[in-house]
Design a protein around this ligand. Structure first.
Ligand SMILES: [Zn+2]
Length: 135
């Protein structure tokens, strides 16, 4: 039996305990039998209302947890996508750096190229910048 079923059963048993068994002789005089437990019926009703409220809150919390779990899964997927994009970008950058290094090897920049700040100067400085960032 689940906890929920056990609680239901316990409440039903308590309901039976507090069920009014006062004799008409008492009722007709606006009294109740001191041996009858019916004066505890309101206390039981309070407990039942409280359990109903807690049950609602529990269900709401479970729904929130489920939603949070779905959101976390979505975030994880986004992060995996970002990792793939980052790896692809790093691959492209590595290829570009390799191409620039090869170009420099063939171009053999001279001091005068560097002084003129020619196109080759841009390659040298950009490559130094990229490699500096990586290191
Ligand atoms: Zn009673």
């Amino acid at each position: 039996m689940t906890d929920e079923e056990l609680v239901k059963q316990a409440l039903a048993e308590l309901g039976d305990v507090v069920r009014c068994r006062c004799h008409e002789a008492y009722k007709e005089r606006g009294l109740h039998d001191p041996d009858c437990q019916c004066d505890s019926a309101e206390a039981l009703a309070t407990v039942e209302r409280h359990i109903a409220t807690l049950t609602e809150q529990l269900e709401a919390a479970r729904a929130d947890a489920k939603e949070a779990e779905a959101y976390a899964e979505e975030l994880e997927k986004d992060q995996v996508d970002l990792c793939r994009q980052l790896i692809a970008a790093e691959d492209k950058l590595a290829k570009a750096v390799e191409a620039l290094k090869e170009a420099l090897y063939f171009l053999k920049p001279t001091e005068s190229d560097m002084e003129k700040k020619a196109g080759i100067y841009r390659i040298v400085t950009t490559l130094a910048e990229i490699e500096g960032e990586k290191g």
